[in-house]
Design a protein. Structure first.
Length: 467
């Protein structure tokens, strides 16, 4: 009886041993068949592409530039993915590298394409476009008289850039305007320095970060040390308004200056290499003063990472208007021919595991942005409709959470002071009064900034954020 039982058991084990590999083999075969079918579809589509290209080359009314057509096909392919993936020809790729490491000549705006119309995401502070009054949401209808409809982003960038001192005329439309307005802008060198600082009042500092470039974190630290050299800061306003973003690592380093532990930001993509977690370090810096971070509709990407990190860690109050909502990470991939591929490879998440893609950062305290309407004074009270990520064609959805003016004097000014010791105390006092008047005027005109300063004063009186 026992031997029969053992014999039966051996038969069962043998059958199981045969069936399990058979099942695995079947699954592998099904996966291979599915992949083969997908590959066949891809090859079939490539054959169609080759057929179309060949027909154009043989039959088009004029001789065509084959390379130009292939470049256009690649750009069109990437344009179907999302608003931020793009193909850069070798000269375009070099320009991108210059942007993040040096300087370039142009008018100084961050642009995107919405409904086939070139649209301003944000002007860069202090640049020719900023000084001419270009604002976030402005639609650039023409460049030098040429309609921008269906113009590629890279082509538009090339037309807007040029040698220092040269002029470019753009025709813009703004909400509330009945006609196009031609604006002629003189191109200039767009500086890489992205940090400016000053004291608003004794004990209350202000730092403006206009973009996240290769030296932003280092420049910010220098500015903070200068403002707080004797530990005299009672509060700081970090202004990220109209900051279009930039380098991810710089956003992490800037956040790390104020957060000593925990997650700053994490990224998740389709492949394992894109899944990363960036954490804060206790690096010995003691920037523990109360903070208010200013954001608006032009705050995007890297600036949203900083605002999200400081908000989730309760390190600062976020004040202003809902941000742009660019919660994606683009990887720059060099190509063999010197070209580059800017490809969206991941979503990023705030420390609480929240994706802000197409939604943005909601301020703790909402103070709407205002703008100056032209000519008609009654229009100045209207709130503008700002372009956001969710308005862009082919933007991808949010997805679920993971659980579901400068401070101090320049070196030139210091040299002049040494060469002209006859400068009197009354002259210095007059300069101080002019500076105070300028800041008072700025506070009176900028409701968001003025509210932030009032909040910092209140925090100083009633206790810190941590309490």
């Amino acid at each position: 009886m026992i031997s029969r039982t053992r014999s039966a058991a051996k038969k069962i084990l043998l059958i199981a041993a045969i069936c399990i590999p058979a099942t695995v083999t079947l699954l592998l075969w099904q996966q291979h068949a599915a992949m083969s079918a997908k590959s066949q579809d891809t090859y079939k589509s490539l054959e169609t592409f080759a057929d179309v290209l060949s027909l154009i080359q043989r039959n088009y009314v004029e001789e065509v530039d084959t390379q130009k057509m292939i470049d256009g096909a690649i750009r069109g392919m990437l344009a179907t993915l999302d608003p931020h993936s793009s193909y850069m020809k070798p000269d375009d790729f070099k320009e991108l590298q210059v942007e993040t490491k040096g300087s370039f000549s142009g008018i100084g705006i961050e642009i995107t394409i919405k409904d086939n119309i070139l649209t301003v995401v944000s002007p860069i502070e202090g640049t020719p476009a900023f000084k001419k009054g270009i604002k976030a949401g402005d639609k650039i209808i023409k460049i030098e008289g040429e309609i921008t409809n269906d113009m590629s982003l890279m082509d538009a960038v090339k037309r807007l850039r040029g040698t220092k001192g040269s002029k470019v005329t753009i025709s813009i439309h703004r909400e509330g305007w009945t006609d196009l307005k031609d604006i002629t802008i003189v191109r200039d060198v767009i500086p890489i320095h992205s940090v400016r600082s000053k004291m608003l009042e004794p004990g209350y500092g202000y730092v403006r970060v206009t973009s996240f470039q290769s030296q932003t974190a280092d420049d910010l630290k220098k500015a903070l040390d200068k403002l707080d050299h004797d530990g005299e800061l009672n509060g700081l306003i970090l202004d990220l308004r109209n900051n279009p973003g930039g380098l991810l690592d710089q956003a992490v380093e800037v956040s790390d200056l104020f957060v000593n532990e925990g997650v700053i930001v994490s990224t998740e993509g389709r492949i394992k290499d894109q899944n990363m977690v960036f954490k804060a370090h206790n690096n010995g810096d003691h920037y523990d003063f109360p903070m208010v971070v200013l954001v608006n509709e032009g705050s995007a990407s890297a600036s949203e990472i900083v605002a999200g990190a400081l908000k989730d860690h309760k390190r600062a109050l976020i004040l202003g208007a809902q941000t742009f909502g660019k919660g994606s990470v683009q990887t720059i991939i060099p190509m063999r021919d010197g070209a580059g591929l800017r490809l969206t490879t991941a979503r990023y998440y705030t420390p609480n595991g929240t994706s802000i893609q197409a939604t943005g950062i909601t301020p703790d305290i909402i103070v709407p942005s205002t703008f100056d309407a032209p000519e008609k004074s009654e229009e100045s009270a209207k709130q503008p409709h700002f372009l956001r990520e969710k308005d862009l064609k082919h933007h991808f959805e949010n997805g679920s959470s993971k659980e579901e003016g400068e401070e101090g004097v320049t070196s030139g000014e210091e040299g002049n002071a040494e060469e002209t010791p006859s400068v009197t105390k009354s002259d210095e006092k007059a300069k101080g009064k002019d500076k105070d008047k300028k800041i008072s005027t700025e506070l009176a005109r900028d409701r968001q900034l003025n509210t932030a300063l009032m909040l910092l004063k209140g925090i100083n009186v009633f206790g810190t954020l941590k309490e």
